[in-house]
Design a protein around this ligand. Structure first.
Ligand code: GTP
Ligand code: MG
Length: 242
């Protein structure tokens, strides 16, 4: 059977409630046969949050979902405590195994239908928006788990650089940067611009698909939305997000 990789995020509510150790032991190699391929503590900025949950843009719960994964809901007054733990697990049937342990998205459904799953420890919280949206319930459900192999590839590349991962456990093609790439306002430049962030220098190893996006966007004068999914991981833990 093919070795799979999947992305897990231990979300801010789990960190705040000190559920991290419990979650890690449920996923441990002893119980699941899954191994760590990469692991980091991340202060999630808005661009990464929006790219991660891009499929939910426009839904009623989207603004709170972004604030949730950024840690703003659980640490309103202490931005420096806003963190998630991002993990790449590798193993046979990794995507299904992790989803099964996570349980249903809605913690109430998890409690009713899948006792013992991680999300039974979650909370369903009433939200009364002040911006004209109708009231709804938000789901604080402790962890994220990639839903499919395709989603796992997109998410692993979104959160991790190749060098964040164990060398023998990089499943996706890599390439060497031939130029400098600087990022500013959704544009990429090969020469330094004031206030830009240097994403890559010549010789750096990056995901091949990221290099292809960067090359295609060089010289484009209008903002390039695709760049955000490349740049987000390089801006991680750069500064405290608003
Ligand atoms: P993730 O692992 O976090 O991606 O959850 P999932 O794959 O089980 O669910 P999905 O990707 O559909 O939703 C992402 C997140 O949006 C969930 O974890 C919830 O926090 C939130 N969410 C999804 N559907 C709903 C919904 O119908 N109502 C509310 N309030 N939140 C939702
Ligand atoms: Mg999902």
């Amino acid at each position: 059977m093919q070795l799979e990789q999947t992305l897990v995020l231990i979300k801010p509510d789990a960190l705040k409630n000190s559920s991290t150790g419990y979650i890690l032991s449920l996923f441990s190699e002893l119980h699941t046969g899954l191994r760590f391929a990469g692991l980091k503590v991340a202060h999630v900025h808005r661009m990464l949050a929006e790219e991660h949950y891009a499929e939910h843009k426009g839904k009623i719960f989207y603004p709170e979902l972004i604030d949730y994964i950024m840690g703003k809901l659980h640490h309103q007054d202490s931005p420096d405590r806003r963190r998630v733990i991002a993990i790449v697990y590798e193993g046979h049937d990794a995507v299904r195994k992790v989803r099964d342990l996570a349980g249903p998205t809605d913690p109430n459904t998890a409690r009713e239908e899948k006792p013992g799953t991680i999300r039974t420890l979650g909370a369903v919280i009433p939200v009364t928006p002040t911006d004209g949206r109708p009231p709804f319930h938000r789901m604080d459900n402790l962890i994220h788990a990639s839903a499919t192999l395709q989603e796992a590839e997109r998410e692993i590349k979104l959160w991790f650089k190749p060098n964040d991962m164990v060398p023998g456990m990089r499943h996706f093609p890599t390439a060497e940067a031939a130029e400098h790439y600087y990022f500013l306002n959704d544009r990429v430049y090969t020469c330094h611009k004031p206030n830009s962030t240097c994403l890559l220098t010549p010789g750096d190893i990056a995901w091949k698909s990221d290099i292809e996006i960067l090359e295609a966007c060089v010289g484009q004068e209008s903002p390039q939305v695709l760049l955000r999914c490349v740049a987000a991981k390089y801006l991680l833990n750069y500064r405290i997000a608003e």
